[in-house]
Design a protein around this ligand. Sequence first.
Ligand SMILES: Nc1ncnc2c1ncn2[C@@H]1O[C@H](COP(=O)(O)OP(=O)(O)OP(=O)(O)O)[C@@H](O)[C@H]1O
Ligand SMILES: CC(C)(CO)[C@@H](O)C(=O)[O-]
Ligand code: BAL
Length: 286
Amino acid sequence: MIILHTIAEVRQYVHTHRMQGKTIGLVPTMGYLHEGHLSLVRQAKEQTDIAIMSIFVNPLQFGPNEDFDSYPRDLERDSQLAASAGIDAIFAPSVDTMYPAGNGKSLTHVDVEVVTDTLCGAARPGHFRGVSTVVSKLFNIVLPDKAFFGLKDAQQVVVIQQMVRDLDIPVEIVPCAIVREPDGLAMSSRNVFLNDDQRSQALVLSRSLQMAAERVQQGERDAVALAAAVRATIEEQPLADIDYVQIVSMRDLSPLHTLDQPALLALAVRFGKTRLIDNIVLHVHR
Ligand SMILES: Nc1ncnc2c1ncn2[C@@H]1O[C@H](COP(=O)(O)OP(=O)(O)OP(=O)(O)O)[C@@H](O)[C@H]1O
Ligand SMILES: CC(C)(CO)[C@@H](O)C(=O)[O-]
Ligand code: BAL
């Protein structure tokens, strides 16, 4: 396993393997790895010859009052975990390498419209502009055949798929299932910030999503009532501060009133300063 820091090193590494006829898989991350990230690595290794992980806490996707500075970072630990999951190379650039204009700013941006109007796009202005800009840079640097993204960030998957279609970027986006702790909590690098009370109350997120899926199975078709029920369940936990609970169309993420098509129930909830997201796809059998 090799750690690369510059764009030139990555290009050279990729070129060498391409000349040998190898396919390339990219796993973009912000590091502080857990089993969710490692599941993406394993899928990359199954589907491509060479798996490259990027580890970069991207300043462009954080708002001024968000947790860019405190976001957990540990490249040493990440390298060991990534190597144990079979990664071939890590690309860990500095902020100046990715943004030579300085101060973590870019003079050029990629802006995906419409599917960024809801959910985290509405709650975190500029977030997806930062994500699609850095991901398109990573695609241009690595030139992967496939890129692997977790469905915990379901809107991110939709945004990247839209960007790739609209800009004719020759990469296949592979969405990967959410990995959870045994008690249901979706794995996230930010879980380390939860204290014991917050951690146990945060179980309400996966529990309420599961409850919603069961109600849909039992025939519930009123998306507004269902979202309200999820909201009420979460509000029973005194430490939970809801950012959003929304049911949207899987197709274009527009808000849904009736469950008459595949839907995404997505939520973002703060516990103290820690903002957690989770979601479930609601399958409606008519
Ligand atoms: N629990 C998970 N299951 C599957 N994929 C995941 C999970 N957590 C993160 N990922 C995916 O890993 C990739 C990198 O995500 P990132 O580094 O932001 O990790 P994270 O744990 O989501 O961090 P945070 O939630 O604190 O932003 C993304 O594609 C993300 O969807
Ligand atoms: C895709 C990504 C690595 C871009 O910075 C980030 O948004 C993430 O970790 O999901
Ligand atoms: N996984 C999404 C990265 C972020 O929260 O900025």
